[in-house]
Ligand binder design. Sequence first.
Ligand code: ADP
Ligand code: F6P
Length: 484
Amino acid sequence: GERLDFRTSKQRLLVVANRLPVSAVRHGEDSWQLEMSVGGLVTALLGVKEFDTRWIGWAGVNVPDEIGQKALAKALDEKLMQRCIPVFLDEEVVHQYYNGYCNNILWPLFHYIGLPQEDRLATTRSFQSQFDAYKKANQLFADVVNEHYEEGDVVWCHDYHLMFLPKCLKERNSKMKVGWFLHTPFPSSEIHRMLPSRLELLRSVLAADLVGHFVSACTRILGLEGTPEGVEDQGKLTRIAAFPVGIDSERFIKALELPEVQDHMKVLKQRFAGRKVMLGVDRLDMIKGIPQKILAFEKFLEENPNWCNKVVLLQIAVPTRTDVPEYQKLTSQVHEIVGRINGRFGSLTAVPIHHLDRSLDFHELCALYAVTDVALVTSLRDGMNLVSYEYVACQESKKGVLILSEFAGAAQSLGAGAILVNPWNVTEVASSIGYALNMPADEREKRHHHNFKHVISHTAQEWAATFVSELNVTIVEAQLRTRQ
Ligand code: ADP
Ligand code: F6P
């Protein structure tokens, strides 16, 4: 029948995500400095503007005292962008829930890395206590949602941190409109079924009215029938559909005109005059394939000595989840490889790799995206990878080449314009680097044009509008069904 469209009215939207768009750093008893959080979730959600939004999440810091909590809540509320409401998690919960269950168990599993060795025996105490902390943290998020919920609100839960939340919310208020969206890949059922808490997690998510994806796990692990509408579990239908995320492309395109961005561009162009510049921008995460990328660059230099002083790789790798041992190991591994390659191929005046362990501010980042010749995105697995979108958005004048992993979600959307590579195949990536550096202008233009068209027409705004509209429609349809 006819589809209902709710996009015209200003809908109140409660976004619930583990991470707020800003993270707090304490300066004294009641004073806080707020810094932008880094990651695809924040980038996508910051692009969402047409709703009356409240954003509920963790400020990335432990605040045990009430004075500090009140001051932080106020500082967040005063922040211009969207209203932010903090969820306070104590140190032990953060350790077990965020470092443990989310980043040491779900993250590697969802990215096909598997479960960590010590947790392979599903019944170990550490696994169980981490799962308990996960559920406890999700309950704390639910408490804050309930405190701020008004009838008619859309509650949009995000990511693998909050798979238990739809259930917590629906148990307290079955009328609440609840959606859940996953920013990571959802692994095949053969992988997901390794997880000791596999049934409980899936069932909790299915308490939502609308879910981002994952039909195969529901059908294979829960044994449910998938239909074009979604899946039905114990008489309750959950609508399941795909909603590809995007960026606020206009924000990037407009930023390129700003004098401070132009200044950065000038400096960068002078600094690297006479050399081609390749760019990597990632959180320093094992799924980003940073060591593989750097080894492929080494192979390229090895095989093409004539390029040695003519190309540089800028790898900007912001540290992330630094309390998790796997991430600490990765940092030393990357430093070691970079040091070795620079020692091997560097000269007195230049080194082939500039590696920075830091984040860049938005203006610096736009300038870098705009002046570089090739972007190298070699994720071993990635939900979408918005860095690839950002690079394309900033390349209208230069028409640089995107080398993109076939294991990033973006390969589905930017595959025709990018050079797709298997990041595990160092030889293939090395030869793609050569191909990209030598690509004639007309081919670059054609490829870029294809991707640019996609990036500007599949934006974060569109993503959110479609998801929220679909959620509203789902609820109305469910009401109509029960009346029949
Ligand atoms: P993920 O969500 O796994 O971090 P995405 O590529 O989807 O991966 O999103 C990363 C976001 O974080 C992008 O918006 C990118 O601009 C930002 N980002 C990543 N690394 C840096 C960095 N070193 N400095 C500044 N921003 C960064
Ligand atoms: O989906 C990727 C993600 O988990 C996002 O939630 C977030 O953008 C990013 O990784 C950053 O991770 P964290 O919130 O752990 O710093």
